[in-house]
Ligand binder design. Structure first.
Ligand SMILES: Nc1nc2c(ncn2[C@@H]2O[C@H](COP(=O)(O)OP(=O)(O)OP(=O)(O)O)[C@@H](O)[C@H]2O)c(=O)[nH]1
Length: 411
Protein backbone atom coordinates (compact mmCIF):
# COMPACT_ATOMS: atom_id res chain seq x y z
CA UNK A 1 0.00 0.00 0.00
CA UNK A 2 1.50 3.36 -1.05
CA UNK A 3 1.12 5.90 1.72
CA UNK A 4 -0.30 9.29 0.66
CA UNK A 5 0.72 12.39 2.56
CA UNK A 6 -1.94 15.04 3.03
CA UNK A 7 -0.77 18.53 3.99
CA UNK A 8 -3.19 20.17 6.44
CA UNK A 9 -2.63 23.90 7.12
CA UNK A 10 -4.91 25.29 9.82
CA UNK A 11 -4.35 27.50 12.85
CA UNK A 12 -7.24 26.14 14.96
CA UNK A 13 -6.00 23.20 17.09
CA UNK A 14 -9.56 21.80 17.26
CA UNK A 15 -9.99 21.76 13.48
CA UNK A 16 -6.50 20.24 13.09
CA UNK A 17 -7.45 17.51 15.55
CA UNK A 18 -10.73 16.73 13.76
CA UNK A 19 -9.07 16.55 10.32
CA UNK A 20 -6.24 14.45 11.70
CA UNK A 21 -8.77 12.04 13.19
CA UNK A 22 -10.88 11.79 10.01
CA UNK A 23 -7.91 11.38 7.66
CA UNK A 24 -6.33 8.75 9.90
CA UNK A 25 -9.43 6.56 9.56
CA UNK A 26 -8.20 5.71 6.08
CA UNK A 27 -4.86 3.86 6.48
CA UNK A 28 -3.65 5.10 3.11
CA UNK A 29 -3.55 8.76 4.26
CA UNK A 30 -0.84 10.26 6.45
CA UNK A 31 -1.81 13.74 7.64
CA UNK A 32 1.04 16.26 7.99
CA UNK A 33 -0.23 19.07 10.24
CA UNK A 34 0.92 22.70 10.07
CA UNK A 35 -0.42 25.61 12.15
CA UNK A 36 1.06 28.43 10.06
CA UNK A 37 2.18 29.49 6.57
CA UNK A 38 5.84 29.31 7.62
CA UNK A 39 5.49 25.77 8.92
CA UNK A 40 3.78 24.68 5.69
CA UNK A 41 6.49 26.36 3.61
CA UNK A 42 9.18 24.46 5.54
CA UNK A 43 7.33 21.14 5.18
CA UNK A 44 6.93 21.67 1.43
CA UNK A 45 10.65 22.47 1.09
CA UNK A 46 12.00 19.67 3.23
CA UNK A 47 9.60 16.82 2.54
CA UNK A 48 11.26 14.04 0.58
CA UNK A 49 8.05 12.60 -0.93
CA UNK A 50 5.44 14.61 -2.76
CA UNK A 51 2.20 15.48 -1.02
CA UNK A 52 -0.88 13.85 -2.54
CA UNK A 53 -3.22 16.76 -1.69
CA UNK A 54 -3.56 19.74 0.65
CA UNK A 55 -6.38 21.04 2.86
CA UNK A 56 -5.84 24.69 3.77
CA UNK A 57 -7.43 27.48 5.77
CA UNK A 58 -7.36 30.96 4.18
CA UNK A 59 -6.67 33.02 7.31
CA UNK A 60 -3.44 32.00 8.98
CA UNK A 61 -1.73 34.07 11.68
CA UNK A 62 1.27 34.81 9.39
CA UNK A 63 -0.67 34.93 6.08
CA UNK A 64 -4.16 36.32 6.45
CA UNK A 65 -5.20 36.72 2.83
CA UNK A 66 -5.14 33.24 1.39
CA UNK A 67 -1.42 33.31 0.43
CA UNK A 68 -1.22 29.63 1.36
CA UNK A 69 -3.34 28.77 -1.71
CA UNK A 70 -0.78 30.30 -4.08
CA UNK A 71 2.03 28.53 -2.28
CA UNK A 72 0.33 25.11 -2.53
CA UNK A 73 -0.79 25.59 -6.13
CA UNK A 74 2.73 26.67 -7.15
CA UNK A 75 3.90 23.19 -6.14
CA UNK A 76 1.12 21.56 -8.28
CA UNK A 77 -0.49 19.88 -5.27
CA UNK A 78 -4.31 19.55 -5.53
CA UNK A 79 -5.70 22.01 -3.00
CA UNK A 80 -9.00 22.07 -1.07
CA UNK A 81 -9.91 25.23 0.86
CA UNK A 82 -11.71 24.86 4.19
CA UNK A 83 -12.65 28.25 5.58
CA UNK A 84 -15.01 30.11 7.87
CA UNK A 85 -15.65 32.83 5.23
CA UNK A 86 -18.38 32.47 2.71
CA UNK A 87 -17.77 34.93 -0.05
CA UNK A 88 -19.01 34.15 -3.55
CA UNK A 89 -16.46 36.43 -5.25
CA UNK A 90 -13.60 34.87 -3.33
CA UNK A 91 -14.92 31.39 -4.04
CA UNK A 92 -14.96 32.10 -7.79
CA UNK A 93 -11.48 33.57 -7.77
CA UNK A 94 -10.12 30.56 -5.88
CA UNK A 95 -11.80 28.08 -8.22
CA UNK A 96 -10.42 30.01 -11.19
CA UNK A 97 -6.93 29.73 -9.74
CA UNK A 98 -7.30 25.95 -9.74
CA UNK A 99 -8.50 25.15 -6.21
CA UNK A 100 -10.44 21.86 -6.30
CA UNK A 101 -13.17 22.82 -3.88
CA UNK A 102 -14.11 25.61 -1.49
CA UNK A 103 -15.83 24.31 1.61
CA UNK A 104 -17.17 26.47 4.44
CA UNK A 105 -16.85 25.36 8.06
CA UNK A 106 -20.57 25.79 8.71
CA UNK A 107 -21.31 22.36 10.18
CA UNK A 108 -19.58 19.18 11.22
CA UNK A 109 -20.54 17.73 7.81
CA UNK A 110 -18.10 20.20 6.22
CA UNK A 111 -15.21 18.11 7.55
CA UNK A 112 -16.69 14.91 6.11
CA UNK A 113 -17.12 16.72 2.81
CA UNK A 114 -13.40 17.59 2.73
CA UNK A 115 -12.45 13.97 3.41
CA UNK A 116 -14.83 12.82 0.66
CA UNK A 117 -13.07 15.10 -1.84
CA UNK A 118 -9.66 13.69 -0.84
CA UNK A 119 -10.92 10.10 -1.01
CA UNK A 120 -12.44 10.78 -4.43
CA UNK A 121 -9.04 12.04 -5.64
CA UNK A 122 -7.49 8.83 -4.46
CA UNK A 123 -10.03 6.69 -6.33
CA UNK A 124 -9.77 8.84 -9.48
CA UNK A 125 -6.10 7.95 -9.87
CA UNK A 126 -7.01 4.51 -11.14
CA UNK A 127 -9.78 5.72 -13.47
CA UNK A 128 -9.15 6.08 -17.20
CA UNK A 129 -11.20 8.73 -18.98
CA UNK A 130 -11.31 9.05 -22.76
CA UNK A 131 -11.90 12.54 -24.14
CA UNK A 132 -13.25 12.52 -27.72
CA UNK A 133 -13.11 16.02 -29.17
CA UNK A 134 -11.79 17.29 -32.51
CA UNK A 135 -10.67 20.71 -31.24
CA UNK A 136 -7.22 20.41 -29.69
CA UNK A 137 -7.83 23.50 -27.52
CA UNK A 138 -11.02 22.05 -26.02
CA UNK A 139 -9.34 18.67 -25.60
CA UNK A 140 -6.48 20.25 -23.66
CA UNK A 141 -8.92 22.27 -21.53
CA UNK A 142 -10.87 19.14 -20.57
CA UNK A 143 -7.64 17.20 -19.96
CA UNK A 144 -6.45 19.91 -17.53
CA UNK A 145 -9.77 19.85 -15.66
CA UNK A 146 -9.69 16.07 -15.35
CA UNK A 147 -6.03 15.93 -14.35
CA UNK A 148 -6.68 18.44 -11.59
CA UNK A 149 -8.86 15.71 -10.14
CA UNK A 150 -6.12 13.15 -10.81
CA UNK A 151 -7.98 11.19 -13.49
CA UNK A 152 -5.91 9.24 -16.00
CA UNK A 153 -6.73 10.92 -19.34
CA UNK A 154 -6.61 9.49 -22.88
CA UNK A 155 -7.56 11.50 -25.98
CA UNK A 156 -9.23 10.81 -29.35
CA UNK A 157 -9.61 13.32 -32.19
CA UNK A 158 -12.80 11.86 -33.66
CA UNK A 159 -15.55 9.31 -33.03
CA UNK A 160 -13.85 6.56 -35.00
CA UNK A 161 -10.60 6.87 -33.06
CA UNK A 162 -12.59 6.92 -29.81
CA UNK A 163 -14.34 3.68 -30.78
CA UNK A 164 -11.01 2.02 -31.63
CA UNK A 165 -9.47 3.10 -28.29
CA UNK A 166 -12.49 1.82 -26.36
CA UNK A 167 -12.34 -1.52 -28.22
CA UNK A 168 -8.66 -2.03 -27.41
CA UNK A 169 -8.64 -0.78 -23.80
CA UNK A 170 -11.23 -2.37 -21.55
CA UNK A 171 -10.03 -0.29 -18.58
CA UNK A 172 -11.56 2.95 -19.89
CA UNK A 173 -14.35 3.77 -17.41
CA UNK A 174 -15.63 7.07 -18.76
CA UNK A 175 -16.09 8.75 -22.12
CA UNK A 176 -16.52 12.51 -22.47
CA UNK A 177 -17.55 13.15 -26.04
CA UNK A 178 -18.26 16.18 -28.16
CA UNK A 179 -21.03 15.86 -30.77
CA UNK A 180 -19.59 17.63 -33.83
CA UNK A 181 -16.67 15.43 -34.80
CA UNK A 182 -15.50 14.12 -38.19
CA UNK A 183 -16.09 10.46 -39.28
CA UNK A 184 -18.43 9.47 -36.43
CA UNK A 185 -20.40 12.10 -34.47
CA UNK A 186 -20.67 12.01 -30.68
CA UNK A 187 -24.35 11.08 -30.85
CA UNK A 188 -23.69 8.16 -33.26
CA UNK A 189 -20.80 7.06 -31.09
CA UNK A 190 -23.06 6.85 -28.00
CA UNK A 191 -25.69 4.90 -29.97
CA UNK A 192 -23.10 2.40 -31.24
CA UNK A 193 -21.61 1.92 -27.78
CA UNK A 194 -24.94 1.34 -26.06
CA UNK A 195 -25.89 -1.32 -28.62
CA UNK A 196 -22.86 -3.31 -27.49
CA UNK A 197 -23.27 -5.07 -24.13
CA UNK A 198 -19.51 -4.67 -23.47
CA UNK A 199 -20.01 -0.93 -23.01
CA UNK A 200 -23.08 -0.99 -20.77
CA UNK A 201 -21.06 0.13 -17.74
CA UNK A 202 -19.13 2.87 -19.53
CA UNK A 203 -20.03 6.28 -18.07
CA UNK A 204 -20.76 8.67 -20.95
CA UNK A 205 -21.02 12.45 -20.80
CA UNK A 206 -21.99 14.29 -24.00
CA UNK A 207 -20.82 17.81 -24.90
CA UNK A 208 -22.25 20.21 -27.44
CA UNK A 209 -21.91 23.77 -28.59
CA UNK A 210 -24.28 26.43 -27.38
CA UNK A 211 -27.55 26.79 -29.29
CA UNK A 212 -28.09 23.11 -30.03
CA UNK A 213 -31.05 22.70 -27.69
CA UNK A 214 -32.36 19.36 -28.94
CA UNK A 215 -29.02 17.61 -28.56
CA UNK A 216 -29.02 17.14 -24.79
CA UNK A 217 -32.22 15.05 -24.93
CA UNK A 218 -30.92 13.13 -27.98
CA UNK A 219 -27.68 12.27 -26.17
CA UNK A 220 -29.50 11.11 -23.05
CA UNK A 221 -32.07 9.09 -25.01
CA UNK A 222 -29.21 7.38 -26.83
CA UNK A 223 -27.80 6.28 -23.48
CA UNK A 224 -25.48 9.03 -22.23
CA UNK A 225 -25.41 9.39 -18.44
CA UNK A 226 -25.25 13.17 -18.57
CA UNK A 227 -24.74 16.12 -20.85
CA UNK A 228 -22.91 19.48 -20.73
CA UNK A 229 -23.33 22.51 -22.91
CA UNK A 230 -20.14 24.40 -23.89
CA UNK A 231 -18.82 26.68 -22.54
CA UNK A 232 -19.24 25.14 -19.11
CA UNK A 233 -18.01 26.28 -15.79
CA UNK A 234 -15.40 23.90 -14.37
CA UNK A 235 -17.16 23.46 -11.01
CA UNK A 236 -20.24 22.17 -12.84
CA UNK A 237 -18.04 19.94 -15.01
CA UNK A 238 -16.42 18.31 -11.97
CA UNK A 239 -19.76 17.87 -10.18
CA UNK A 240 -21.32 16.16 -13.19
CA UNK A 241 -18.30 13.92 -13.80
CA UNK A 242 -18.15 12.84 -10.16
CA UNK A 243 -21.94 12.37 -9.81
CA UNK A 244 -22.19 10.21 -12.93
CA UNK A 245 -19.20 8.15 -11.82
CA UNK A 246 -20.55 7.67 -8.30
CA UNK A 247 -24.00 6.66 -9.59
CA UNK A 248 -22.34 4.03 -11.80
CA UNK A 249 -20.10 2.82 -8.94
CA UNK A 250 -23.18 2.44 -6.73
CA UNK A 251 -24.97 0.47 -9.43
CA UNK A 252 -21.97 -1.83 -9.77
CA UNK A 253 -21.76 -2.30 -5.99
CA UNK A 254 -25.43 -3.28 -5.86
CA UNK A 255 -24.97 -5.66 -8.80
CA UNK A 256 -21.87 -7.20 -7.18
CA UNK A 257 -23.80 -7.72 -3.94
CA UNK A 258 -26.59 -9.41 -5.88
CA UNK A 259 -24.08 -11.79 -7.48
CA UNK A 260 -22.01 -12.73 -4.45
CA UNK A 261 -22.72 -15.25 -1.71
CA UNK A 262 -22.34 -13.31 1.56
CA UNK A 263 -20.87 -16.21 3.56
CA UNK A 264 -18.14 -17.54 1.24
CA UNK A 265 -17.78 -14.40 -0.93
CA UNK A 266 -17.89 -16.72 -3.95
CA UNK A 267 -20.17 -15.91 -6.86
CA UNK A 268 -23.69 -17.20 -6.32
CA UNK A 269 -26.13 -19.34 -8.30
CA UNK A 270 -27.70 -16.30 -9.98
CA UNK A 271 -24.30 -15.25 -11.37
CA UNK A 272 -23.61 -18.81 -12.52
CA UNK A 273 -26.79 -18.87 -14.59
CA UNK A 274 -25.99 -15.50 -16.11
CA UNK A 275 -22.36 -16.17 -17.04
CA UNK A 276 -22.78 -19.89 -17.72
CA UNK A 277 -25.38 -19.21 -20.40
CA UNK A 278 -23.08 -16.63 -22.00
CA UNK A 279 -20.19 -19.11 -22.00
CA UNK A 280 -22.34 -21.77 -23.68
CA UNK A 281 -23.75 -19.37 -26.25
CA UNK A 282 -20.26 -18.71 -27.65
CA UNK A 283 -19.18 -22.33 -27.96
CA UNK A 284 -21.15 -25.11 -26.22
CA UNK A 285 -18.72 -27.91 -27.10
CA UNK A 286 -15.79 -26.90 -24.88
CA UNK A 287 -17.68 -26.17 -21.65
CA UNK A 288 -17.31 -28.54 -18.67
CA UNK A 289 -19.14 -28.38 -15.34
CA UNK A 290 -18.64 -30.01 -11.94
CA UNK A 291 -20.86 -30.00 -8.85
CA UNK A 292 -19.17 -30.62 -5.50
CA UNK A 293 -21.19 -31.57 -2.42
CA UNK A 294 -19.65 -31.94 1.05
CA UNK A 295 -20.21 -35.36 2.63
CA UNK A 296 -22.32 -35.66 5.77
CA UNK A 297 -22.21 -31.92 6.38
CA UNK A 298 -25.34 -32.14 8.53
CA UNK A 299 -23.34 -34.07 11.11
CA UNK A 300 -20.79 -31.19 11.26
CA UNK A 301 -23.60 -28.81 12.19
CA UNK A 302 -25.10 -31.34 14.61
CA UNK A 303 -21.75 -31.98 16.32
CA UNK A 304 -20.08 -28.54 16.33
CA UNK A 305 -22.99 -26.14 15.79
CA UNK A 306 -23.94 -23.86 12.91
CA UNK A 307 -21.27 -21.22 13.61
CA UNK A 308 -18.47 -23.74 13.13
CA UNK A 309 -20.40 -25.11 10.11
CA UNK A 310 -20.42 -21.60 8.65
CA UNK A 311 -16.68 -21.07 9.10
CA UNK A 312 -16.02 -24.48 7.57
CA UNK A 313 -18.07 -23.50 4.49
CA UNK A 314 -16.05 -20.26 4.27
CA UNK A 315 -12.72 -22.12 4.44
CA UNK A 316 -13.77 -24.75 1.92
CA UNK A 317 -15.05 -22.04 -0.43
CA UNK A 318 -11.60 -20.40 -0.32
CA UNK A 319 -9.84 -23.72 -0.90
CA UNK A 320 -12.02 -24.49 -3.93
CA UNK A 321 -11.36 -21.03 -5.36
CA UNK A 322 -7.59 -21.55 -4.89
CA UNK A 323 -7.64 -24.99 -6.45
CA UNK A 324 -9.66 -23.92 -9.49
CA UNK A 325 -8.22 -20.53 -10.37
CA UNK A 326 -9.24 -19.03 -13.72
CA UNK A 327 -12.51 -20.96 -13.58
CA UNK A 328 -15.91 -19.75 -12.45
CA UNK A 329 -16.44 -21.13 -8.92
CA UNK A 330 -19.85 -20.56 -7.31
CA UNK A 331 -21.64 -21.51 -4.16
CA UNK A 332 -24.57 -23.34 -5.66
CA UNK A 333 -26.44 -23.39 -2.36
CA UNK A 334 -26.08 -25.03 1.10
CA UNK A 335 -23.00 -27.27 1.11
CA UNK A 336 -22.86 -27.46 -2.68
CA UNK A 337 -20.38 -25.71 -5.01
CA UNK A 338 -20.23 -25.53 -8.78
CA UNK A 339 -17.29 -25.08 -11.14
CA UNK A 340 -17.73 -24.19 -14.80
CA UNK A 341 -14.98 -23.60 -17.36
CA UNK A 342 -14.01 -23.78 -20.98
CA UNK A 343 -11.49 -26.53 -20.53
CA UNK A 344 -10.41 -29.99 -21.60
CA UNK A 345 -12.55 -32.44 -19.55
CA UNK A 346 -9.57 -34.59 -18.53
CA UNK A 347 -7.81 -31.50 -17.17
CA UNK A 348 -10.79 -30.73 -14.88
CA UNK A 349 -10.96 -34.39 -13.76
CA UNK A 350 -7.24 -34.39 -12.83
CA UNK A 351 -7.58 -31.17 -10.85
CA UNK A 352 -10.70 -32.42 -9.06
CA UNK A 353 -8.94 -35.68 -8.19
CA UNK A 354 -6.08 -33.70 -6.64
CA UNK A 355 -8.57 -31.54 -4.73
CA UNK A 356 -10.52 -34.51 -3.29
CA UNK A 357 -7.21 -36.04 -2.16
CA UNK A 358 -6.18 -32.75 -0.53
CA UNK A 359 -9.53 -32.48 1.34
CA UNK A 360 -9.25 -36.07 2.49
CA UNK A 361 -5.83 -35.40 4.06
CA UNK A 362 -6.47 -32.06 5.77
CA UNK A 363 -8.19 -30.94 8.94
CA UNK A 364 -10.11 -27.66 9.02
CA UNK A 365 -10.91 -24.89 11.54
CA UNK A 366 -9.80 -24.81 15.17
CA UNK A 367 -12.00 -27.85 15.79
CA UNK A 368 -9.73 -29.86 13.41
CA UNK A 369 -12.63 -31.25 11.42
CA UNK A 370 -11.98 -33.90 8.76
CA UNK A 371 -14.18 -33.66 5.75
CA UNK A 372 -14.65 -35.29 2.38
CA UNK A 373 -16.52 -34.29 -0.70
CA UNK A 374 -18.31 -35.98 -3.63
CA UNK A 375 -18.44 -34.61 -7.15
CA UNK A 376 -20.33 -35.13 -10.39
CA UNK A 377 -18.85 -33.90 -13.67
CA UNK A 378 -20.34 -33.35 -17.10
CA UNK A 379 -17.75 -33.09 -19.90
CA UNK A 380 -20.03 -33.90 -22.85
CA UNK A 381 -21.29 -31.06 -25.06
CA UNK A 382 -24.77 -29.96 -23.94
CA UNK A 383 -27.16 -27.44 -25.45
CA UNK A 384 -27.99 -25.59 -22.28
CA UNK A 385 -26.65 -24.86 -18.82
CA UNK A 386 -29.63 -26.67 -17.31
CA UNK A 387 -28.70 -29.86 -19.18
CA UNK A 388 -25.06 -29.58 -18.05
CA UNK A 389 -26.19 -29.15 -14.44
CA UNK A 390 -28.73 -32.02 -14.64
CA UNK A 391 -26.07 -34.42 -15.99
CA UNK A 392 -23.44 -33.33 -13.43
CA UNK A 393 -26.02 -33.61 -10.64
CA UNK A 394 -27.03 -37.12 -11.65
CA UNK A 395 -23.30 -38.09 -11.62
CA UNK A 396 -23.03 -36.49 -8.16
CA UNK A 397 -25.96 -38.61 -6.87
CA UNK A 398 -24.18 -41.67 -8.25
CA UNK A 399 -20.96 -40.67 -6.40
CA UNK A 400 -22.97 -40.39 -3.14
CA UNK A 401 -24.66 -43.74 -3.80
CA UNK A 402 -21.29 -45.44 -4.40
CA UNK A 403 -20.05 -44.39 -0.94
CA UNK A 404 -19.05 -40.65 -1.19
CA UNK A 405 -15.48 -39.15 -1.21
CA UNK A 406 -15.23 -39.73 -4.96
CA UNK A 407 -16.22 -38.36 -8.32
CA UNK A 408 -18.30 -39.75 -11.18
CA UNK A 409 -17.71 -38.46 -14.70
CA UNK A 410 -19.10 -39.11 -18.15
CA UNK A 411 -15.70 -39.32 -19.85
N1 LIG B 1 -23.71 -24.05 8.94
C1 LIG B 1 -24.36 -24.03 7.80
N2 LIG B 1 -24.99 -25.15 7.38
C2 LIG B 1 -25.65 -25.13 6.20
C3 LIG B 1 -25.71 -23.98 5.40
N3 LIG B 1 -26.42 -24.27 4.29
C4 LIG B 1 -26.81 -25.56 4.40
N4 LIG B 1 -26.33 -26.10 5.55
C5 LIG B 1 -26.53 -27.43 6.09
O1 LIG B 1 -25.93 -28.37 5.24
C6 LIG B 1 -26.53 -29.63 5.51
C7 LIG B 1 -26.72 -30.39 4.23
O2 LIG B 1 -27.21 -31.62 4.59
P1 LIG B 1 -27.76 -32.69 3.62
O3 LIG B 1 -28.16 -32.07 2.32
O4 LIG B 1 -28.81 -33.48 4.34
O5 LIG B 1 -26.55 -33.62 3.30
P2 LIG B 1 -25.27 -34.04 4.08
O6 LIG B 1 -25.45 -34.11 5.57
O7 LIG B 1 -24.17 -33.17 3.62
O8 LIG B 1 -25.08 -35.50 3.56
P3 LIG B 1 -24.75 -35.99 2.09
O9 LIG B 1 -24.83 -34.84 1.18
O10 LIG B 1 -25.80 -37.01 1.77
O11 LIG B 1 -23.40 -36.57 2.17
C8 LIG B 1 -27.86 -29.34 6.23
O12 LIG B 1 -27.75 -29.74 7.58
C9 LIG B 1 -27.99 -27.83 6.15
O13 LIG B 1 -28.61 -27.28 7.30
C10 LIG B 1 -25.05 -22.80 5.87
O14 LIG B 1 -25.05 -21.75 5.24
N5 LIG B 1 -24.41 -22.88 7.06
Amino acid sequence: MVEKKILVVEDSPVVLKVLHHLLSQNPIFTPVLCASYKEAEDKLKTSRDAFFAAIVDLNLPDAENGEIVDLVLSTKIPCVVLTANFDDKLRLSLLNKGVLDYITKDSRYSFNHVIKVIERLNRNQGIKVLVAEDSSTSRLFIRILLEQYRFNVIEAENGQEALAKLEEDSEIRMLITDHNMPLVSGYDLVRMLRFNSRFQDLVIIGLSAEGDNALSAKFIKAGANDFLKKPFYHEEFHCRVVHSLEAQEMLETIRDLANVDPLTKLKNRRYLFDKGEQLLRHNPSGVVLAILNLDHFKSVNDTYGHIVGDSLLEVIGREIQNAFQNMLVCRFGGDEFCIIAKLDGQNLINRLNAFLKFLHQKEFTEAKISLTCSAGICCQPMNSLEELIRKADSNLQEAKRLGRDRMVTDL
